[in-house]
Design a protein around this ligand. Structure first.
Ligand code: ADP
Length: 794
């Protein structure tokens, strides 16, 4: 029986004074309206009811008790008690006198309306949570690199699964060509068995309802698998064995293409989904499919780039190997031509041999160009930085081009700015290579006017001491058509036209120059107008100034010197007969005994038996290669001390460290007699004998110089100790000494109009720049003879 006591409503009487805001409450029964709310819990102070209510709710209740709104003596409020329970308070003011209001009321647990409100709050909170979850994993998926994506998706599925309280979350991707679906990602709750392996290549037609719905961008929601209608029995047969109770599957699209679906299985208990959740989960599916596709494209791009790089690398390796293969026979062609040229008596034969030699050198230059390019492309070209004096570089370059410039009646002007640092850190060899190409082109493609080289510099931004350098080469030549300007930096490109054949060249110069400038951290620009000329500008930023002096290069001319090796024995190990033959021919007149071995094994045996003073070792040989043979020789104490010089046709950078480590020294094929002799002098005792022949002076009678001229030059000659320098220079071409020598003589020679001397000095400078040892020897001997004449003149 429902009594007032057991009825969950707490009745009360109240008296309120509007004047002082006091409210007195007294409970009339002992019921508990909601847990914790009965007359005892509020104890002696029923007014503490206000404190248990939410702040604004307490104030609201007080207002009604005070009957502030006189028009509504009866009221009904829904309030939150102790922040946990919704209660309903109804009251009625029965008496109002002056400032005093009296009345009665009742407190009830919240009714249906409140319960619904509470539920929607929970739902809202849950949607909020899903919202946040989606935002979080979207950030994670967007930030993941293509290799991190699978892991990020796996984590996303787990988070979604845990949030939704389901047991399996998975992704199926649709294979359009076969019309099958493949399970590509799966997360399973603990205790739920994975199914991914069983769910590969499932014909999509097995679940026609799904296919249709997905095509219409609708989802599949099966609240209870057990209740699947009999017409979809195939579905049931797939789903039931997996222990699934309810399922939600949402289609995923990439662009407008159906891409697959994301599914949620409840295995332990039924999961009921509402529309709001489904809408948000669809969004999650779209984000995931976008991420998977983004990663796939990225991976495809990376793979494609890698393949292209590999192909490029293979091409470069191929070119490098080919050049290596070509250099080997070049060894014989150039080597034997050189020998024949020295022995040929007949002038016509000499002409032919000169042609062979010069074509061979051109071919070698071309091979070297190709090799440079392939090295650059294979990333094997390194920059060797060293102190460089730009003044010297330009002086030397201009000397090289002057004969051609004169022949074409052009001008070549080089303008160096005031204050240009004496030395800066650069790759001397590569800079010269670039300038040779560009100035060479300018001279080649100009027929009237000439070439101006302008050097400018400015302080680089940032740390002091660095400069930005700009070198522009402007010509007044044929110019480059607009459409070709971008192409001239491509390998083998030459501007087409009736004139093309007139110019030699390979079309590699600019491709190499541009890449070299880029490796040096700079850029190469061009401006040109047909018929007016072209300007190429090399910009090299951030070059370091330096006080250090450029290294003196080891360049001697052994051709003007007879080297006697005191009968040493050397062993040549090479499987190619003509290579050994060539070495023997080169060394014929040098008093050396040359032993020969055709293989690494034979080389090791001969080395043991004969103990030569030096071994010249080919690297690539059948059976035992040069590396192995040298290792063996080194490991044997009786031969370990013998220097072994590698004799290699390789020009690949990666071979070099190994060669340097194992061998005492190395020479590259094709070798010249000079190079070979030079290397041998480093390790074998020898004597140097000058062979300069007495110069035939047929100009003696023409030497009309005054006593003043003669005295001036001889005075300088004696004061500057020039005879001693000349004696040295007659033995070999020492670049620094020669530069010194020329500089010291030149001024006086010009001042006193000693034309023959001026001309000879000019020629010597050209020989030096071109390393033209043959002519150098002739010219320095002529100079010696000329000075002898000055001395002998009375
Ligand atoms: P090469 O000079 O061996 O042909 P390059 O790579 O140095 O190869 O130059 C490519 C092409 O660019 C040349 O064949 C020529 O058509 C054009 N070119 C380069 N420099 C100039 C220039 N200063 N004036 C006119 N054309 C030029």
């Amino acid at each position: 029986m429902l009594t007032v006591k057991s009825f969950p409503a707490l009745f009360f009487h109240y008296k309120a004074d509007v004047a002082d805001g006091n409210v007195l409450i007294s409970f009339l029964n002992e019921a508990e309206a909601v847990p914790g709310l009965h007359c005892h819990s509020l104890g002696q102070d029923p007014q503490s009811l206000f404190d248990h209510l939410h702040t604004s709710d307490g104030a609201k209740l007080k207002d009604f008790l005070l009957n502030k709104d006189q028009s509504h003596p009866a009221w009904d409020l829904s309030l939150l008690y102790d922040n946990t329970h919704w209660i309903e308070i109804r009251g009625n003011a029965t008496l109002s006198q002056g400032t005093i209001t009296e009345g009665a009321g009742m407190i009830l647990p919240a009714g249906e309306k409140i319960a619904a409100l509470e539920k929607s709050e929970i739902q809202l909170a849950s949607l909020n949570e899903l919202h946040n979850l989606i935002i979080n994993f979207s950030t994670m998926l967007v930030q993941a690199s293509s290799t991190e994506v699978p892991q990020a998706i796996q984590l996303t599925l787990q988070r979604l699964g845990e949030y939704a309280g389901v047991d399996r979350v998975y992704i199926f991707e649709h294979d359009q060509s076969l019309d099958v679906v493949n399970n590509t990602y799966e997360w399973c709750n603990e205790g739920t068995s994975p199914e991914i392996e069983n769910l590969q290549g499932i014909p999509f037609d097995l679940v026609p309802r799904w296919k249709e719905k997905f095509a219409l961008n609708e989802y599949v929601y099966i609240p209870l698998i057990s209740e699947i209608a009999s017409e979809y029995i195939a579905e049931k047969e797939i789903l039931e064995p997996q222990g699934i109770i309810s399922l939600l599957a949402l289609p995923m699209f990439y662009g407008s293409r159906f891409y697959g679906f994301i599914g949620f299985d409840a295995v332990r208990q039924q999961r009921v989904w509402n529309d709001e959740h489904i809408a948000l989960l669809r969004l999650a599916g779209e984000i995931i499919s976008g991420t998977i596709n983004r990663a796939r494209f990225e991976t495809e791009l990376i793979d494609a780039r890698q393949q292209a790089e590999e192909a490029n690398h293979a091409k470069s390796e191929f070119l490098a190997t080919m050049s290596h293969e070509i250099r080997t026979p070049m060894n014989a062609i150039l080597g034997f031509s050189e020998i024949l040229l020295n022995t040929a008596e007949n002038d016509q034969n000499k002409t032919y041999l000169n042609a062979v030699l010069s074509s061979g050198k051109t071919l070698l230059a071309l091979i070297n160009d190709i090799l440079d390019l392939s090295k650059i492309e294979a990333g094997q070209l390194e920059i060797n930085e060293e102190p460089v004096d730009l003044k010297i570089v330009f002086q030397e370059i201009s000397q090289v081009f002057l004969p051609k410039v004169d022949e074409k009646q052009l001008y070549l002007q080089i303008n160096l700015p005031d204050g240009l640092p004496d030395r800066m850190v650069l790759d001397d060899v590569r800079l010269r290579q670039i300038l040779f190409n560009i100035i060479g082109n300018a001279v080649k493609f100009t027929h009237e006017g000439g070439v101006k080289v302008n050097v400018t510099f400015s302080e680089a931004e940032g740390a002091g001491g660095f400069i930005d350098l700009s070198i522009s080469v402007a010509d007044t030549g044929i110019g480059i058509p607009e459409g070709a300007i971008r192409k001239i930096f491509q390998s083998f490109f030459q501007v087409e036209g009736s004139n093309t054949r007139k110019y030699d060249g390979t079309g590699l110069g600019l491709a190499i120059s541009q890449k070299l400038v880029q490796i040096m951290g700079g850029r190469l620009q061009v401006e040109s107008k047909v018929g007016e000329g072209s300007t190429f500008t090399i910009v090299l930023p951030g070059l370091e100034r330096t006080e250090a002096m450029p290294e003196v290069k080891d360049s001697f001319d052994w051709s003007g010197v007879e080297v006697k090796f005191d009968g040493s024995t050397i062993l040549v190990v090479d499987d190619v007969d003509f290579n050994r033959e060539l070495v023997k021919s080169f060394l014929k007149s040098h008093k050396l005994t040359v032993l020969e071995a055709r293989s690494g094994i034979e080389g090791v045996e001969l080395c043991n038996a004969c103990k030569p003073q030096l071994v010249l070792m080919d690297l690539r040989m059948p059976q035992m290669n040069g590396y192995d043979a040298t290792e063996i020789r080194r490991s044997q104490t009786n031969t370990a001390h013998i220097p072994v010089v590698a004799f290699t046709a390789s020009s690949m950078k990666h071979d070099e460290p190994r060669i340097r480590k194992l061998f005492t020294d190395y020479v590259r094929k094709p070798i010249s007699r000079n190079e070979l002799v030079r290397v041998l002098t480093r390790y074998l005792p020898h004597e140097l004998l000058s062979v300069h022949s007495p110069v035939q002076n047929n100009s003696g009678d023409d030497l009309h110089i005054s006593a003043q001229q003669r005295n001036a030059i001889l005075q300088l000659w004696n004061e500057a100790g020039l005879q001693q320098k000349l004696n040295q220079l007659l033995h070999f071409m020492d670049i620094e000494l020669l530069e010194d020598f020329i500089r010291e003589l030149e001024f006086t020679a010009r001042q006193f109009a000693l034309h023959q001397l001026v001309d000879l000095l000019e020629l010597l400078r050209q020989d030096k720049n071109k390393f033209d040892f043959e002519n150098y020897h002739i010219h320095i001997s002529k100079l010696a003879a000329l000075i002898d004449q000055f001395h002998s003149l009375k």
